[in-house]
Design a protein around this ligand. Structure first.
Ligand SMILES: Cc1cc2nc3c(=O)[nH]c(=O)nc-3n(C[C@H](O)[C@H](O)[C@H](O)COP(=O)(O)OP(=O)(O)OC[C@H]3O[C@@H](n4cnc5c(N)ncnc54)[C@H](O)[C@@H]3O)c2cc1C
Length: 326
């Protein structure tokens, strides 16, 4: 029976990335569905993996923490792929689950090359029914496909917010190991790390996104978008029109040439809902739009359309939110 492995990502402070808690929850439920002696386990590779490994063990019965001093000052993905491949071994039926972010994608590519495993990317769901089936959103969200591996196992990258992280029935064990030998893949030195302006909340992982479009009208107009996002504990998104106008950094652009997001709530302020924007946010659980034009395309796919001026509605929303939070 297969083993479901999660290769966990961690934040700059050493804590577990939320996507990895979600991936771990998925691995645990797949192992339970597969039954028999299937196991769900996790791997943390870091200079000091202890904190993230303990956090991952809340979700998985077994975690291998690989301490590798080279992880300080070198790109994580290269080391993670190499060290995780050594832990997993040849196991052709292993199913490896990673986050569908930049690091997860890098590790998936390297693991595929190292072990000759297939990859199913950007999963929006996965199930076990005698074999693994993976749902993916393709062609900019126009189609949902269901795919499986032709081999017994493979690599899956999971889109954030696909699974709700749930802790396991009991804390798992953490097995501590030291990395053995020099990695075979050349390491990539990290010379400098720069915090991106305006990217306080990572938009791909946000459960709530408040987005502004051309209707916001100016960089100052985005202050209202930011205030509402802060009040809701969400991230700020934008359309390409707002990004091209220089009001918001590109890192916040959602859509065909920006990021694809799947929050629980997407609040669209002054956004028409062009197809290139829609493909980046249409899988949000609830879409609420504020637009003064009742016939704007977003009216066709929003769950709730408030027809009105975004500044009037937005400020009223802020007052109500602040009253609620006391
Ligand atoms: C190849 C290609 C790739 C693209 N990639 C992307 C992408 O990744 N992401 C993306 O977003 N776009 C992308 N676009 C651009 C896309 O086609 C649209 O032009 C863009 O999404 C429009 O942005 P918008 O909704 O902010 O602006 P508009 O379409 O101009 O809509 C503004 C809306 O605001 C409303 N409004 C105005 N003032 C107010 C007010 N005071 N109160 C309430 N409502 C108001 C208007 O009624 C209108 O509906 C791409 C285009 C191409 C050709």
């Amino acid at each position: 029976m297969p083993a479901f492995w999660v290769i966990a990502e961690h934040n700059a402070d050493g804590s577990l990335a939320r996507i990895s808690a979600e991936a771990a929850t998925l691995a645990r439920s797949l192992a339970a569905a597969a039954g028999g002696d299937s196991e769900a386990a996790g791997i943390v590779v870091a200079a000091d993996p202890g904190h993230a490994a303990e956090q991952l063990a809340v979700y998985l019965p077994r975690v291998v923490a690989v301490a590798d001093a080279a992880a300080a000052g070198h790109a994580w993905a290269v080391l993670a792929a190499e060290r995780a491949a050594a832990v997993i071994g040849d196991a052709p039926d292993a199913v490896i689950i990673l986050g569908a972010g930049p690091d997860g994608r890098d590790v998936a590519g390297m693991l595929a090359a190292l072990g000759g495993r297939g990859v199913l990317v950007n999963a929006t769901g996965a199930a076990w029914d005698g074999r693994l089936t993976v749902e993916m959103s393709v062609f900019g969200g126009k189609l949902i496909t269901t795919s499986g591996f032709t081999a017994a196992g493979g690599i899956v990258t999971l889109r954030p917010n696909t699974v709700t992280a749930e802790v396991g029935p009991a804390a798992g064990t953490v097995e501590r190991r030291s990395a053995a030998g020099e990695p075979s893949i050349p390491l990539v030195a990290v010379l400098d790390q720069v915090a991106e302006v305006g990217a306080a909340a990572p938009i791909e992982e946000a459960r709530i996104i408040v987005s502004g479009g051309r209707g916001v009208g100016s960089p100052e107009g985005f202050d209202l978008v930011r205030e509402i996002a802060a009040e809701l504990g969400g991230a700020v998104g934008a359309t390409r029109a707002a990004v091209d106008s220089g009001w918001v950094p590109y890192s916040q652009q959602i859509g065909q040439t920006g990021k694809i997001v799947k929050p629980q709530l997407y609040l669209a302020l002054g956004i028409s809902g062009a197809i290139q924007h829609k493909v980046g946010m249409q899988t949000a659980e609830t879409i609420v739009a504020v637009n003064r034009d009742p016939d704007s395309p977003i009216a066709e796919f929003a769950d709730l359309l408030v027809v009105g001026d975004l500044f009037e509605v937005g400020r009223a929303m802020l007052v109500a939110l602040r009253a609620r939070s006391g």
